[in-house]
Design a protein around this ligand. Structure first.
Ligand code: HEC
Ligand code: HEC
Ligand code: HEC
Ligand code: HEC
Length: 151
């Protein structure tokens, strides 16, 4: 290979690497919620979650969704919310208990991951649309859409 080509390839690799590094630092825009460690045999398709849109466009605080409680108070700090950070994954606290049945007065962390998500996502969407503001989906098929084309 001639030296000129080599240099061109090296600089392309450099640019790609740089873009990749920059992208790693940015907050993820859309997250596919597909927790295969908990939902080992899914009955519904995974959920496309426009993460960025919620806090950038809709202006929702990080702490409306992310939390770490101390003495009943949410003390989560934006700075601790990093990709692969300890308290970011909902499943790290909301664990799945097989055979679990819903009881209203139960410790919230004893609820299943599915319930934690449904309460948070659908709960807020219902609340917001009650206030006649633009809101998110509340029906099963809107969040768990049947696949149109195979990927
Ligand atoms: C606002 C969005 C939203 C709505 C509306 C919603 N879900 Fe979900 N659901 C989720 C999310 C998020 C998860 C967790 C997905 C993950 O991490 O894999 C989930 C998980 C589940 C799971 C466990 C995973 C699986 O596939 O077995 C089931 C079952 C489920 N939902 C059924 C329903 C049904 C039935 C309805 C309608 C009554 C519904 N969902 C409405 C967002 C939603
Ligand atoms: C509307 C709810 C909501 C808001 C607002 C929100 N997040 Fe999230 N965020 C989530 C959910 C749900 C996940 C997925 C958690 C999981 O995979 O268990 C997530 C994941 C993340 C992740 C991990 C990304 C990944 O791909 O693993 C980071 C980092 C993060 N959020 C930071 C933030 C920061 C910083 C803010 C505020 C500027 C914020 N989030 C606002 C709901 C929200
Ligand atoms: C560090 C542990 C931790 C993480 C991570 C976490 N939670 Fe929680 N969550 C809790 C605790 C503890 C409570 C109970 C708070 C209280 O005392 O009311 C709670 C409460 C909740 C509640 C309201 C209580 C209810 O069921 O009525 C919802 C909904 C919820 N979490 C969903 C989520 C979602 C969705 C995520 C991921 C974005 C998440 N949680 C991440 C620990 C955690
Ligand atoms: C604290 C309130 C709140 C929570 C929690 C929340 N959402 Fe939303 N969501 C909204 C609002 C408000 C909108 C409308 C945003 C807009 O279009 O301006 C929205 C919009 C959406 C949309 C529609 C985006 C579009 O393209 O029209 C989806 C999908 C969605 N949310 C999924 C989720 C899922 C999944 C979760 C749980 C992981 C979740 N949301 C949690 C408030 C919330």
């Amino acid at each position: 290979m001639r030296r000129g080509y080599f240099l061109v390839w090296m600089s392309i690799l450099g640019i790609v690497g740089l873009l990749w590094a920059v992208n790693l630092n940015a907050q993820p825009e859309d997250i596919l919620l597909d927790d295969q460690s908990v939902f080992t045999s899914r009955s519904r398709p995974p959920v496309e979650f426009p993460h960025l849109r919620h806090f950038d466009d809709a202006g929702i605080e990080c702490s409306e969704c992310h939390h770490r409680f101390k003495d009943g108070e949410n003390i989560v700090d934006e700075a601790e919310l990093e990709e692969d950070g300890e308290g970011v994954k909902c499943a790290s606290c909301h664990k799945h208990k097989p055979g679990f049945r819903f009881e209203p007065d139960l410790d919230p962390t004893q609820r299943t991951l599915q319930q934690a998500y449904h309460r948070m996502c659908t709960g807020c969407h219902r609340q917001v649309s009650k206030e006649n503001e633009t809101s998110g989906p509340v029906t099963c098929g809107e969040c768990h859409p049947k696949k149109k084309e195979p990927k």
